[in-house]
Design a protein. Structure first.
Length: 397
C-alpha cells in the first residue's frame, strides 16, 4: 500500500513537471555571480543586468557594504533565535523608529521578508466574515495573504474604481472591508490611483492595505512612497514596504498605528515563528534608509534613466504602456516567444529573463525591464540596440 502511494505521488510530480515544460512555463534556477551591480556573470560570460529591483544601486554602495561588514564583526552573522526569544537586536528598535518616521506613522514592525509582511498584515486586518477587495494585478504575496486570511475575497479589474465602487455598494453594510493594492504594480510599472482609493475608503468606511514594495525609496519626496507621492495622509491606509528592493538588502515592514503593531507581534505567525534577521541586515537597512532619504541625486538619475529608456523604446516601436516608473514591461504574449526573446538578448549580452504565467495573466508573457540609478547611458544604449535587433528579428517592431 505504502509503495503504491509513493509511486502515485512520484508519477504525479513527474507529470506536473512535464506539463509545465510542454506549456513553456517550467521555472529553473540559473546560477549567477555579482548581481548586486549593473552587470553579472553567467556561465563565465559578463551580461548587462536589466531586471533587478536594486533601483538606487544601494546593494553595492561602499558605505552600505562597510556597515554590513562592521556589524558582522561586532554582532556576528546570525540572530540565533526569533525576536520574541533572544533575537531582538537593539538595531530593530532603531530601524523601526526610523521606518515609522519615514512613513509618518506611529509605529512600524520589521518582518523577515516583504512576503511575510503581506501574509501577516492582511491576515491581521481581515478574517472570516470580512470582505477583501483586491486589484486583479496585485502581487502574488498579497493574493496569498488574502487567501490565507479566510475573508471573502473579491477581485476588481486593474485600477477600475467604478467596479470597486460597485463592489463596495453591494456589500453588507456591517461587513468589515479591506481594499488591497500595490502602490507601484510590480509587473506593469504603473501606479495605483491612491487618491481615489482613499476617497472610496473614506466614503465606505474601509481600510486600505498598500504594498509599497517598489515605491519605497523610488516614489515621492525622499522616496517615501505612494502616499507621499499623492500627498496623502489617511490613517485608513496601512503602508507595507520592503527593505529588499530600493534599500538593497532583505526584509519587509508594516507601518501603522501602535495598536496594529502590538497586535501583529502577538498574533502574526510569520513574525513569531521564525528566526530574527541577522544584525548586519538591520544595520544595512538603517544606513540604506538614510541614503534613500538623502539620495535625491540617485533618485533623479533613476528617473532620468527611466525617462530616456522609455522614450527611446517607444521610438523603436515598442509599446511600453502602462509603465510610469522604472519598471518597464515589454509585452510579448506567448511564453515560448518571450523565452526566445530573452535568449536572443542574452546572446547580445543582456540579462532579462522572461516573466510568464502565473506571475502574469495568461497570454501576457513579457520581458520586465527595470532601470537602476547606476546604469550608464552606454549600458542603456546597448540595451536599446539589442532590443532593436532582436525585436526586428522576432517581428515585434
Ligand atoms: C509588490 C511586491 N510585494 C511584495 C514582494 C515581496 O517582497 P520580498 O521580496 O521582500 O519578500 C514583492 C517581491 O517581489 C513585490 O514585488
Amino acid at each position: 500500500m505504502a509503495q503504491k502511494i509513493m509511486k502515485n505521488t512520484l508519477s504525479h510530480l513527474k507529470s506536473e513537471i512535464a506539463l509545465l515544460n510542454r506549456k513553456n512555463l517550467l521555472r529553473k534556477l540559473v546560477p549567477v555571480e555579482g548581481a548586486a551591480s549593473t552587470t553579472l556573470q553567467r556561465d563565465g560570460k559578463e551580461l548587462l543586468l536589466f531586471c533587478s529591483n536594486n533601483y538606487l544601486g544601494l546593494a553595492n554602495h561602499p558605505e552600505v557594504k562597510a556597515t554590513a561588514i562592521a556589524a558582522i564583526q561586532s554582532e556576528g552573522v546570525g540572530a540565533g533565535a526569533s525576536r520574541l526569544i533572544s533575537g531582538n537586536s537593539f538595531l530593530y528598535q532603531k530601524l523601526e523608529r526610523q521606518l515609522a518616521f519615514f512613513k509618518s506613522t506611529e509605529s512600524a514592525l520589521v518582518f523577515n521578508s516583504g512576503y511575510m509582511a503581506n501574509l501577516s498584515g492582511i491576515c491581521a486586518l481581515a478574517g472570516k466574515g470580512d470582505l477583501i477587495l483586491a486589484d486583479r494585478l496585485n502581487h502574488a504575496s498579497l493574493v496569498d495573504g488574502c487567501r490565507l486570511s479566510g475573508a471573502t475575497f473579491r477581485i476588481y479589474r486593474h485600477k477600475d474604481m467604478a467596479q470597486l465602487k460597485k463592489l463596495l455598494t453591494r456589500r453588507r453594510t456591517d461587513q468589515k472591508t479591506l481594499i488591497v493594492t500595490d502602490g507601484i504594480f510590480s509587473m506593469e510599472g504603473d501606479i495605483a490611483p491612491l487618491s481615489e482609493l482613499s476617497a472610496l475608503a473614506e466614503e465606505y468606511d474601509a481600510l486600505i492595505y498598500l504594498d509599497d514594495a517598489h515605491a519605497t525609496g523610488v516614489l515621492g519626496p525622499e522616496g517615501r512612497g505612494t502616499c507621499a507621492h499623492f500627498n496623502l495622509s489617511n490613517p485608513r491606509i496601512i503602508q507595507m514596504g520592503t527593505l529588499s528592493k530600493a534599500l538593497g538588502g532583505l526584509g519587509g515592514f508594516i507601518a501603522g498605528s501602535d495598536l496594529l503593531v502590538r497586535y501583529l507581534l502577538n498574533k502574526a505567525r510569520p513574525f513569531i515563528y521564525t528566526t530574527a534577521l541577522p544584525p548586519s541586515i538591520l544595520a544595512t537597512a538603517l544606513i540604506a534608509l538614510e541614503w534613500a532619504c538623502k539620495g535625491d541625486d540617485l533618485r533623479k538619475q533613476l528617473w532620468k534613466n527611466t525617462d530616456y529608456f522609455r522614450r527611446e523604446a517607444v521610438r523603436l516601436g515598442f509599446d511600453v504602456s502602462p509603465s510610469e516608473t522604472p519598471i518597464v514591461p515589454l509585452r510579448i504574449g506567448a511564453s515560448d516567444k518571450a523565452i526566445l526573446f530573452s535568449e536572443k538578448l542574452m546572446a547580445e549580452g543582456i540579462y532579462v529573463p522572461a516573466v510568464r504565467p502565473p506571475t502574469v495573466p495568461a497570454g501576457t508573457s513579457r520581458l520586465r525591464i527595470s532601470l537602476m540609478a547606476v546604469h550608464t547611458k552606454e549600458q542603456i544604449n546597448h540595451l536599446l540596440l539589442s532590443l532593436k535587433k532582436v525585436g526586428r528579428e522576432l517581428r515585434l517592431i
